[in-house]
Ligand binder design. Structure first.
Ligand code: SF4
Length: 509
């Protein structure tokens, strides 16, 4: 069902009882739920004849100050018994939705912070148009650009640009969620949900690899765990380590799918006074000591298809410095593959035992490689309907967010807001508390979203001022979905969101 159709599919607001079942009106599916059962998304149930949100409303405790230090000694203030001072932040996890958008957000919470009256509006947004961007730290070739990415045989996204040391995937989005077959939409929604909730997902790329992706974990590519992200391309590696090799070996080739580096020809080698060696690389020479296309992309040395690095070498030229006994180190950009050769009397490289004198320089490459990780960013647009739950005139909220007057978070985690129209945001799911995302079978993802701003700004924007409640009241009485409230420690590294907003305002003024 398109968003337009949804908007015209009107129904009476509120719960409706039919033959002992109650209608949930938290999403367009409008399940009729029998006593003791849950609806199609498992998020709402019928408990004692009323619709209840099944998960607790999550409130994050942030220690104060942010570094987690204990309660400071203050002779004038009596000790309240706590070992660390905490500040609660009401997230939208478990808050419920505003669907069908005729009503204010489930919780509009006021809190005084360092003498400033702030309001946080929380709601679980239903995102029919959303996706994830995945960064996979690896040199290996996962599949051609624009190749289809599949989960359980269904197209759920595509391979996008290769970035420095990482392969990027783009999954979900409107075309896969709602534009394809029913099964495609369902599998896409399942895949996005698992990825956003930091669970592992197996993806197969047309004409490429099968990978297991899990936020914050190393990728598993064709059954092999990837350990390292490359330190740089072959040319960068030469630049970084040329001085380490000087005097220890006559020539170094750093094999890489993108730019293979040759120290004797490279600018770094020239500056250090490296002699010519008469080496010949089979590839497209870009600038001195830098070669493109020495091989096709693959799972071998430095993200190429090669298992024998000598296959990228042509004949050695005696007139340009090649001589019997000349020593050669070949190494990949992660330092995982390396080999040592010496030229024989026919100027052919012959592999020799790896000399101890070069071991440290190869280890240094490995040491400088960061652990290979999968990073998953949720991307969603807070549409006009969601914004209507925050303020009466939704565009006011957009302007306030872009004007940096309103601070947006997802489950208390900071987001990046894209420039341009609307409120399109991106959040690293690793910073969002566990199991914060849900789904509804329309299909769509459900994501928590919070907007924090000054109370006077909120009123000025046309916010639902009469719905503002204190944190204490929210903790004590909860909301219209009768679920319990549960506190959890905020994930490390996430500053208490209203404080981040205040600090930013102070810096700007
Ligand atoms: S799918 Fe979930 S949110 Fe939607 S109507 Fe059913 S129970 Fe309510």
């Amino acid at each position: 069902m398109s968003e337009l159709a949804e908007r015209f599919e009107t129904h009476e607001p509120g719960q409706k009882v039919v033959a002992e079942k109650i209608r949930c009106d938290a999403c367009p599916v409008m399940c009729y739920i029998a006593e003791g059962r849950t609806g199609a998304c498992d998020r709402y149930g019928n408990e004692g004849g009323r619709i209840v949100r099944c998960d607790p409303l999550r409130i994050l405790d942030h220690t104060q100050p942010a570094d987690g230090a204990g309660v400071p000694f203050d002779a004038d203030t009596p000790w309240d018994g706590s070992l660390v001072r905490t500040k609660p932040f009401v997230t939208a996890i478990g808050a419920g939705t505003t669907y069908p958008d005729y009503k204010p957000a489930p919780f509009i919470v006021s809190q005084e912070v360092e003498g400033v009256d702030l309001v946080t509006v929380v709601t679980e947004g239903i995102f029919s148009y959303c996706g994830v961007k995945i960064k996979i730290d690896t040199d290996r070739h996962l599949g051609p650009e624009a190749a289809t990415v599949r989960a359980a045989g269904e197209a759920v996204g595509h391979v996008t640009t290769g970035e420095y040391g990482s392969q990027m995937l783009s999954l979900g989005g409107v075309n896969h969620l709602t534009g394809g077959s029913k099964s495609e939409g369902r599998v896409t929604c399942d895949t996005l949900l698992a990825l956003c909730n930091k669970q592992p997902v197996e993806l197969a790329i047309d004409g490429g690899a099968t990978i297991v992706v899990e936020a914050g974990k190393a990728p598993i590519i064709d059954g092999k765990v990837e350990h390292r992200m490359r330190v740089g391309c072959g040319s960068a590696t030469i630049g970084m380590f040329a001085s380490q090799w000087r005097g220890l070996v006559d020539e170094v080739v750093v094999v890489d799918d993108h730019i293979t580096g040759v120290v004797s020809e490279h600018q770094a080698g020239k500056v250090l006074g490296w002699e010519d060696t008469g080496i010949k690389i089979v590839g497209r020479r870009s600038t001195p000591g830098r070669y493109f296309k020495v091989s096709e992309p693959g799972l071998g040395w430095g993200g190429t298809t090669i298992s024998d690095p000598l296959s990228i070498l042509g004949d050695w030229n005696a007139r340009k410095g090649a001589r019997p006994g000349l020593s050669l180190l070949m190494v990949s950009t992660t330092g995982e593959q390396f080999a040592y050769y010496e030229l024989d009397d026919e100027l052919k490289p012959v592999e020799r035992p790896f000399p101890e004198r070069l071991r440290r320089s190869v280890e240094l490459i490995e040491e400088n490689c960061e652990p290979a990780l999968c990073t998953v960013l949720f991307v969603g647009g807070a549409g006009g309907s969601l914004r209507a739950g925050v303020v009466e005139n939704p565009v006011n909220l957009t302007r306030s967010v872009h004007g940096l007057r309103t601070f947006v978070t997802v489950g208390g985690a900071p987001v990046y807001v894209w420039p341009g129209g609307g409120i399109t945001l991106m959040v690293d799911v690793a910073r969002v508390p566990d199991n914060a995302f849900g789904y509804v079978p329309t299909p769509a993802l459900v994501a928590p979203i919070e907007f924090t701003l000054r109370r006077d700004d909120y009123v000025r924007l046309g916010g639902h001022a009469s719905e503002i409640r204190s944190v204490e009241d929210v903790l004590a009485r909860g909301g219209e979905y009768f679920n319990e409230r549960r506190s959890a420690i905020a994930p490390r590294g996430n500053e208490w969101p209203p404080l981040a907003q205040l600090n930013r305002e102070r810096q700007a003024s």
